[in-house]
Design a protein around this ligand. Structure first.
Ligand code: SF4
Length: 319
């Protein structure tokens, strides 16, 4: 393993059986890596497999095949349980904070559990540590005694972020952390995540379907379609020189508020149809049912991912 990588995912497959001989190929041969301090944005429509990658990495699903290497620890398809070290260093913040926080505990109890399990501080310093973490996410100290039932959606998500920070992790997966919140609170949470990333040198995998948010937070972007990565590039290159027809379709649909921003967008590409069912993936390139540039070969051969320039990979017969 390259020592510079914090995470390496090699040919990961997560197929869910349905019936006798059918599978949902939710993740179908995905490879990528993340270096310390990076924010990798994983973008795609519902059903593209981005959250399945996150849950498989965390051990909530057991991969069909492929290898995960996190912080030097190899996790193969037969390893069902993550080590304590893994559970300390890799954290996840879910989309719906309401269902990920125990409504029968107050914030103090929620935050003290990981501090105790991972012995982050001596018992008599737990309360001080909780105050320090609440301050990091800009929640007042009296939140310690509140229950998730008595606070708003944005505040619940801040408590979820605080819980993820308790173990001083190396890596946090943010699974659509703002998509269930009011627009007014979304910007506050995104700005806080950016601040924490800079101050604490955190590494994130940020999952979203919002290309505008992605531009603000990520250092590299990967686009997923039907269980595969179709394009991955450093953020600046990704937004200035997108190559895959699906990426262009997504970028051309971002709402803008000025003529300058409109001029920077790729020309409008008609979005034809919905993402097909992962049970019935089209033959050849899986995007061929929606692609206005498709050719004969696209109906027969699934393109391989190729590096077009340093760090810019694309999976398309046009390139
Ligand atoms: Fe479109 Fe063909 Fe490229 Fe697929 S391989 S994105 S169908 S041009």
């Amino acid at each position: 393993m390259n020592n510079k990588k914090l995470l390496e995912i090699n040919d990961l497959k997560m197929h869910f059986p349905i019936g006798k001989n059918s599978f949902v190929r939710a993740v179908d041969g995905v490879s990528f890596s993340i270096e310390p301090g990076e924010v990798l944005g994983l973008v795609g429509e519902s059903g593209s497999g981005k959250s399945t990658i996150a849950y498989t990495f965390m051990g909530m699903y057991h991969q069909t095949s492929g290898e995960i290497v996190f912080d030097g620890e190899k996790i193969g398809s037969k390893d069902k349980v993550r080590s304590k070290c893994f559970r300390k260093n890799a954290q996840i913040v879910f989309q719906d904070p309401g269902s990920s926080l125990n409504p029968y505990q107050d914030v103090r109890q929620i935050l003290s559990l990981p501090l105790k399990v991972h012995k982050i501080v001596p018992k008599n310093e737990i309360e001080d540590k909780i105050l320090e973490i609440l301050d990091m996410v800009e929640l007042p100290s009296d939140f310690m005694y509140k229950s998730p039932n008595n606070i708003g959606g944005g505040e619940k998500q801040l408590v979820s972020i605080a819980r993820a920070l308790c173990c001083d992790p190396k890596f946090i997966i943010l699974d659509e952390p703002t998509s269930s919140l009011d627009v007014s609170i979304q910007a506050k949470i995104i700005n806080m995540l950016i601040k924490l990333h800079r101050q604490r040198k955190l590494t994130y995998m940020f999952i979203t379907h919002d290309m505008g948010v992605m531009r603000n937070i990520s250092t590299r972007v990967a686009i997923m379609y039907l269980g595969k990565i179709c394009e991955i590039a450093p953020t600046e290159i990704f937004y200035s020189s997108p190559l895959h027809p699906y990426t262009n379709m997504l970028l051309s649909s971002i709402p803008v508020i000025s003529d300058e921003e409109e001029a920077l967008k790729p020309k409008k590409i008609a979005s034809t149809g919905e993402i097909p069912s992962p049970v019935n993936i089209p033959k050849g390139c899986s995007f061929n049912t929606r692609c206005s540039s498709r050719m004969q070969i696209c109906m027969q051969e699934d393109p391989k991912i190729k590096e077009i320039s340093a760090g810019h990979f694309v999976r398309c017969h046009l390139h």
